[in-house]
Design a protein around this ligand. Structure first.
Ligand code: ATP
Ligand code: MG
Length: 457
């Protein structure tokens, strides 16, 4: 074990010295403090693994010191040194948050006891700190700041996420494949009160129907041929936490009925059992299907849809938020560089412009995969137009008037042409009715008239 650093706090020099000597003898680095105030200021410098404090000191006493220390660092273990086997003060010490207590007086004969106690306390503190770090790593990973993008569309989504995370409402996340639905679901769970409990994910599309029911609700022994033992389902596993039903649109009608009941009553029966189980689970669901169309086709139950769609979150496709593309590309580049030790320092403006023009049928996942491929293939330097796959490099936004050569790209020119196209289309749709066209475009009528004149439509 690496040498640990112990802070000994006692106003009585004799005791302080003898304790310090014992601790150095068993291999620890020791610092001494004469009172609580000095202890706190030494602690502020960091590096202390354990505090041993006398219970009786002028000024801040040992119990108060433990409380103050834990306000600053709840994981730092403290041992309180109590006088003359007073049962009362040992209880008080534990109540104040001390790891344990040590009775005065002690001499060399106590060496072993002190050594073991000190080592245990330090190990306990380490585990606590480690655990906390892990928890917060999970939380940071799904912190909103790690959902990249500054487009209005994505900000709208994140606003809703922030509002609903703290509630127990059912959320239905829709969007094309690869738009970030699972990322959103995780962000909701990891920013909710249920964060200490589990997030259980079920991919309803990937599991065959016969198995899905037992997967969701569990089964009892002998429920079907292979059920040699009973098994808990995912709803039970998620009790107290969150269940994420991914690809909900692929669920069979038979199971849709059973799911509806869980959503209504939070009750279900494991396969082969007649005994109901009740759970407290928050439900998140996602699909890349158009559920309204599935309802019209009779593939999805309307009543289930309404139960799920309490809070709808629609994640827009990447092509509708191309402002996010440069940020995302840079983000994935940074991640890959770090993970793979590559040294790509940038993406050229021309390459970025091409990435923004492409329409990304596979959405963010496609961009992520492309950036991974590019980093590996190039290794270092700058990613340029020639590095991009043909389909991306040659992409043209659908509006007619894009100049043929990227170097001639004049921003205002392109915007004007784009606006003119949009206005023509709106006028066509409204049969020439300018008031209606303005409404459809979200413009004031006078603004539209000005633009028509300026753009020479
Ligand atoms: N805004 C974002 N910022 C950072 N990474 C993102 C963002 N959106 C998506 N990603 C990443 O893109 C990948 C695809 O996201 P995710 O798996 O959440 O999509 P999905 O909508 O669930 O896709 P599918 O419908 O195919 O299951 C993941 O690696 C995810 O981390
Ligand atoms: Mg997904």
């Amino acid at each position: 074990m690496a040498k640990s650093h112990v802070l000994v706090v006692d106003d009585e020099e004799l005791y302080r010295r003898s304790l310090a000597r014992i601790l150095s003898r068993v291999g620890h680095q020791v610092t001494e403090a004469r009172d609580g105030t000095e202890a706190l200021s030494l602690l502020a410098d960091g590096g202390i693994d354990l505090v041993l404090a006398d219970i009786r000191m002028p000024g801040i006493n040992g119990l108060e010191l433990v409380r103050q220390i834990h306000e600053i660092d709840p994981d730092l273990p403290c041992i309180v040194v109590t006088g003359f086997s007073s049962a009362e003060s040992s209880v008080e010490a534990l109540r104040a948050g001390a790891y344990w207590y040590l009775e005065k007086p002690f001499d060399q004969s106590h060496l072993d006891v002190v050594r073991r106690l000190v080592e245990q306390a330090i190990e306990h503190g380490r585990l606590k700190a480690e655990n906390r770090a892990l928890q917060s790593e999970l939380r940071t990973k799904y912190r909103f700041e790690n959902i990249i993008g500054h487009s209005g569309a994505l900000r709208g989504v994140l606003d809703t996420v922030a509002k609903v995370a703290g509630t127990d409402s059912t959320v239905l996340i829709t969007g094309e494949s690869g738009t970030g639905k699972e990322l959103i679901a995780r962000a909701i769970h990891y920013n909710s009160r249920r964060v200490e409990r589990r997030l259980v994910t079920v991919n309803c599309g990937a599991i065959p129907e016969e198995l899905l029911e037992s997967e969701l609700f569990g089964h009892v022994k002998g429920a079907f041929t292979n059920a040699v033992a009973s098994r808990e389902g995912r709803f039970s596993l998620a009790n107290g936490g969150t269940i994420f039903l991914d690809e909900i649109g692929d669920m069979s009608p038979n199971l849709q009925v059973k799911l509806l009941r869980v959503l209504q009553e939070r009750t279900f029966e494991p396969v082969g059992s007649s005994k109901s189980e009740t759970v407290n689970v928050r439900v998140l669901a996602a699909t890349n299907q158009q559920l309204e169309a599935a309802i019209a086709d009779g593939r999805f139950r309307e009543d289930l849809y309404y139960r799920l769609n309490v809070i709808p979150i629609e994640v827009p496709p990447l092509r509708q938020r191309s402002e996010d593309i440069p940020l995302l590309a840079q983000h994935f580049l940074d991640v890959m560089n770090q993970e793979r030790g590559t040294k790509i320092d940038s993406i050229s403006d021309r390459a970025i412009a091409a990435l923004c023009r492409y329409d990304w049928p596979g959405n963010v996942r496609e961009l992520e995969n492309l950036m991974e491929r590019l980093t590996v293939l190039r290794g270092d330097g700058e990613i340029d137009l020639d590095d991009l796959p043909d389909a991306v490099r040659d992409a043209r936004k659908t509006f007619a008037a894009t100049p043929a050569d990227d170097n001639d790209l004049d921003f205002r020119d392109v915007v004007n042409r784009f606006q003119a196209d949009l206005i023509r289309e709106a006028l066509e749709q409204s049969g020439g009715n300018k008031k209606e066209a303005a409404e459809n475009l979200g413009l004031r009528r006078t603004t539209l008239l000005e633009k028509i004149k300026k753009l020479g439509i």
